[in-house]
Design a binder for this molecule. Structure first.
Ligand code: ATR
Length: 289
């Protein structure tokens, strides 16, 4: 079996997404459509692996004949700790969401921040984030994966707000030390957030609040304003309570489908060395909702 599945005479190269749970993932549709459109002999599966079984799964990746995987919740930090070879982006974020198996050698990458930045530029028609101020909601795995990349994009200030304030303080300190960009932790209280939002161009939700249809918006609707750009990293459900509130306030809101697309496209290129067929992949995930 080749690692990139170039030879249609051979058994397909196997790729997949590893998560727990993983049933909801759109990645199989997206990557299988991409392989098909480029005539690559490969299949992308979903592997539901419990957190305590992940180290064993990764150790046996080569024996299982798997050429590469994506990792999703809750595996990104565990995978980072388990891999010996990781990219600079993975080191910065402390997470791995893509592994390439090259003849038994596993290499870990993090394509989430790339996906977010590409999606922000595309969704809000921005040529760059230079001199923008950004409010990042959350200080868990998703926020940690993107904070340093946001702060390294020439922005003026990165505000970080989280339900557990100490975690926001730690992430702000860590990110400022790594990037020299001004990072400020803001308590997740309506008054504090409202004041900051007047100085903010883009609000990004990296909390898990919104994944359930019954979840409330992580910030009150009255804190939002016309002209604010609101990006919710959640894509399922496609319209979260935060995005509903953004619409009511006259803000432009976008969900995280574009981030899913662009992080997946980057992973596809890492595995195959080929330019990802973006429009095919975009169509495949839109059909999944
Ligand atoms: P992920 O990997 O998706 O980021 P995580 O590491 O468990 O998952 O982090 C979840 C994030 O969502 C955290 O920032 C969490 O806040 P706490 O650090 O206080 O736990 C945030 N979060 C979860 N539920 C929330 C809610 N109802 N309101 C606001 N923030 C919430």
């Amino acid at each position: 079996m080749t690692s990139s599945g170039q030879n249609p005479e051979k058994a397909p190269a196997i790729y997949g997404v590893v998560g727990y749970p993983v049933k909801h993932s759109f990645s199989p549709d997206m990557h299988n459509a991409a392989f098909k459109s480029l005539g690559i002999n490969a299949a992308y599966l979903a592997f539901e692996i419990k957190p305590n079984a992940l180290p064993g799964f990764l150790k046996n990746l080569d024996k299982l004949g798997i050429s590469g995987v994506n990792l999703t919740v809750p595996h990104k930090e565990i995978a980072f700790k388990r891999l010996r070879c990781v990219s600079d982006e993975a080191k910065t974020s402390g997470t791995v969401n893509t592994i390439k198996n090259s003849n038994g050698k596993l290499f870990g990458e993090s394509t989430d921040a790339y996906g977010l930045l590409a999606s922000l530029r595309e969704a809000f028609k921005l040529t760059s984030l230079r001199n923008k101020s950004i409010l990042l909601l959350g200080a868990g795995g998703a926020a940690n994966a993107v904070a340093a990349a946001l702060a390294s994009s020439g922005i003026k200030t990165l505000y970080i707000s989280n339900r557990t304030h100490e975690k926001a303080v730690r992430l702000a300190e860590k990110t400022e030390a790594a990037t020299s960009t001004r990072c400020v932790a803001v308590p997740l209280y309506d008054k504090a957030v409202s004041m900051i939002i007047s100085d903010v161009d883009i609000l990004i939700n990296a909390t898990s609040s919104g994944l359930k249809l019954t979840d409330k918006s992580p910030v009150t609707g009255s804190a939002l304003r016309k002209g604010l750009l609101v990006y919710d990293m959640i894509y399922n459900p496609p319209v979260t309570c935060l995005l509903k509130e953004a619409k009511k306030a006259g803000a432009k809101g976008v969900n995280g489908l574009g981030m899913l697309l662009h992080q997946g496209a980057r992973a596809f290129t890492i595995w195959t060395g080929k330019k990802a067929p973006l429009s095919v992949m975009r169509k495949a995930i839109k059909g999944s909702i």
